[in-house]
Design a protein around this ligand. Structure first.
Ligand SMILES: Cc1ncc(COP(=O)(O)O)c(C=O)c1O
Length: 412
C-alpha cells in the first residue's frame, strides 16, 4: 500500500494548487512554519534565548514576514540578503551579518546600516578594527567539531573554511585590544541537517570553554543546523533530548559567566521551513529503457538541486494516482545533465504521463538555491495560510528570460 502523504497539506489542496497555478510550483504551508517555531521555542528554555532565521534557507519575503511576525531576527550572509531584510523593515539590531569572504564594501554596508557583523577571519577582524575602532563585533569560531548530512554542508572542523580556529582566541583578543573592539558575541555554526544532539553538544562545549576568557559578551550564538527527517527511516531530531543535553549546560554557563543579560542565540533555517514546502511537478514523458522506467518531469535540478548536489533524498508522492501500485522509477528533470534526477529506482504510485508529483520536504534550500540553467524559468511559489493558497511569485516565462538577456545587448 502506498504510504499516506507525509506533508502538512491535504492532497486535495495540492491538486487544487496545481490546477490553478500550474507546475512547476513550490507550495509552502504557513501554519507548519509557525508550528516549528513554537516547537523550538518550547524546547529552548531555562536561559534567555533569541532565535534568528537563517534566511538563506528560503528567502521569499512572505516567509520572512512570517518570521518577523513571530519575533525572529535574521541571519543574513550577503548584501542581497541584508538589503532585503532591511527593506522589509527588519530592525538592524535584529540582523546578524555573517558574510563569508567579506569584502570591504560589504563590511562598510553592514556597519553603516547599524547591523552587527559576524567575522570569521583574523584579517577581516583587523580591517574592521582599523575602519571602526571601538565598535562592537561578533566573532565566528571554528570549534573544530563539524557535522552535517553531507560533506559539503559541514561548516566546522579541520577542512572547513569557516570561522577562526578556536586555538586562535588569543589572537582575536589581541586584535580586539589593539583596536578597542568590543567582542559582544561569539558564534559558531557547525553544519546543516544534523539529527543527533551529541554533535551540537560536542561543539557547544568547545565554544563555551572558549568563551570564558571573553569579558562583556552579550550573546553566544550556537548557529543552526537542526535537521529534519527526509528518509522514511530517519528519526526526527529528538528535541526533548536536545533540551536536556544542551540547555542544562547552557544554564550552568549562564550562571557562572555572571552576566544576567547574556543571551543564547540559535539561527536555524532548514528546521523551520524544510518540511513546510513541497515542489509540484508534472510528468510529461514516460520512457522504458535498459530495464528502467524514466518518469520525466517539467522541472529539474535547476529548481531543486539537492538530489543532484548532495545525493539528497526527497520523498515523492503521486497526487494524480494516490492509490496506484508502487513501481520503481527514475524520476528525472528536463535539464541536459545526467545528474538531473529527483530519485533513482524509487517506488512511486504508478505514474502516467500528465500525473502531478509532489516532491516533499522542499521548503528549505529549494527555491533559494534554484537557477535558470538551460534558460528554464524558475517555478511559481504559493503560500498556503488559513485563508487558502495565495500566489506569492508568478512563474517567469521563457519569453521573460529571452527578453531579459536580449536587453543586455547594446542598442544599435
Ligand atoms: C552561518 C549559518 N547559520 C545558520 C545556517 C542555517 O543552517 P540550517 O538551515 O541547517 O539550520 C547556515 C547554513 O548554512 C549558516 O551558514
Amino acid at each position: 500500500m502506498p504510504s499516506p502523504l507525509k506533508a502538512p497539506f491535504a492532497p486535495d489542496v495540492l491538486r487544487a494548487v496545481a490546477d490553478t497555478f500550474g507546475t512547476p510550483t513550490y507550495v509552502y504551508h504557513a501554519p507548519t512554519i509557525r508550528d516549528r517555531i513554537g516547537r523550538l521555542r518550547r524546547h529552548l528554555t531555562g536561559v534567555p534565548v533569541r532565535l534568528l532565521y537563517a534566511m538563506k534557507a528560503n528567502s521569499h519575503p512572505a516567509i520572512l514576514q512570517i518570521m518577523r511576525e513571530e519575533g525572529l531576527g535574521l541571519d543574513a550572509v550577503s548584501p542581497g540578503e541584508l538589503l532585503l531584510a532591511l527593506r522589509l523593515g527588519v530592525e538592524p539590531d535584529r540582523i546578524l551579518f555573517s558574510a563569508n569572504n567579506m569584502t570591504d564594501e560589504e563590511m562598510h554596508l553592514a556597519h553603516e546600516r547599524g547591523v552587527l557583523l559576524n567575522i570569521g577571519e583574523l584579517s577581516r577582524l583587523e580591517k574592521f578594527g582599523r575602519a571602526y575602532p571601538g565598535s562592537a563585533v561578533c566573532v565566528r569560531l571554528n570549534p573544530q567539531v563539524g557535522a552535517g548530512h553531507h560533506e559539503h554542508v559541514v561548516t566546522a572542523g579541520a577542512r572547513s573554511k569557516f570561522g577562526i580556529p578556536v586555538e586562535q582566541t588569543d589572537r582575536i583578543r589581541a586584535l580586539a585590544d589593539a583596536h578597542g573592539l568590543r567582542i559582544v558575541g561569539l558564534h559558531h555554526h557547525i553544519g546543516s541537517g544534523i539529527l543527533h544532539t551529541a554533535h551540537f553538544w560536542e561543539a557547544a562545549r568547545v565554544l563555551l570553554e572558549a568563551a570564558r576568557p571573553f569579558e562583556g559578551l552579550r550573546f553566544i550564538n550556537l548557529g543552526g543546523g537542526l535537521g529534519i527527517p527526509y528518509r522514511p527511516d530517519e528519526a526526527p531530531l529528538d528535541l526533548d533530548n536536545f533540551r536536556d543535553a544542551l540547555m542544562a549546560p547552557l544554564r550552568s554557563f549562564h550562571a557562572e559567566y555572571g552576566a544576567p543579560a547574556l543571551t543564547f542565540w540559535f539561527e536555524p533555517g532548514r528546521y523551520l521551513v524544510g518540511e513546510a514546502g513541497v515542489l509540484l511537478v508534472r510528468v510529461n514523458t514516460l520512457k522504458s529503457a535498459n530495464g528502467r522506467t524514466f518518469a520525466g518531469t517539467d522541472s529539474g535540478m535547476g529548481h531543486l538541486v539537492r538530489p543532484a548536489m548532495y545525493g539528497a533524498y526527497h520523498a515523492l508522492y503521486n497526487l494524480s494516482n494516490p492509490d496506484g501500485a508502487l513501481q520503481p522509477y527514475d524520476v528525472t528533470g528536463n535539464i541536459c545533465e545526467s545528474g538531473d534526477l529527483f530519485a533513482r529506482d524509487r517506488p512511486v504510485q504508478t505514474i502516467r504521463e500528465g500525473d502531478i508529483l509532489a516532491i516533499l520536504d522542499a521548503g528549505a534550500y529549494g527555491m533559494s538555491m534554484a537557477s535558470e540553467y538551460n534558460l528554464r524559468p524558475l517555478p511559481a511559489e504559493v503560500l498556503v495560510t488559513e485563508d487558502g493558497p495565495r500566489l506569492i511569485r508568478a512563474r517567469r516565462t521563457p519569453e521573460d528570460l529571452a527578453d531579459a538577456l536580449l536587453a543586455t545587448l547594446p542598442r544599435t
